[in-house]
Design a protein. Structure first.
Length: 135
């Protein structure tokens, strides 16, 4: 089931809780299709949240996706090696988002280096996705 855009207009904490257990389905032209259950999220509560990219109403090239209406997603690179997936919530006036921290893949990795119950799959499977893709 694809979630309707107005789902993302709700309070960010509510959206974060509701995303737990949902299935993330990504089609990647290079790596094929991937499905995984969302098992860990973080809510970032906008201009008053010191952990949020938009804290203090920061407006940069990196944060412009956060100033879109809820329902947009964006991928960004951290530490020069991990891709992170955020879903924008609320409205342009409230730049907030939910980070997908961990998922449980439905398919086993091709060459697992170590067994783990949770995987930071979004950080490693998303490099081909571009900013501003609609969820």
């Amino acid at each position: 089931m694809i979630l309707p855009q107005d789902f993302y207009y709700q309070d960010t904490t509510t959206v974060a809780k509701a995303l737990l257990g949902k299935v993330l389905h990504i089609k990647d032209k290079d790596q094929g299709e991937h499905r995984a259950r969302i098992v860990e999220v973080e809510a970032y509560l906008g201009v008053e949240d010191p952990a949020c990219h938009t804290f203090g109403d920061r407006r940069t090239q990196r944060t412009k996706s956060m100033y879109l209406n809820g329902g947009h997603s964006y991928v960004y690179l951290i530490y020069g090696m991990y891709h992170c997936l955020n879903f924008v919530t609320r409205t342009e006036e409230h730049p907030e988002a939910v980070l997908i921290r961990a998922v449980e893949p439905f398919e086993a990795p091709a060459n697992p280096k170590k067994k783990r119950s949770k995987d930071q799959w979004p950080r490693k499977a998303l490099p081909a996705l571009s900013h501003h893709e609609r969820s």
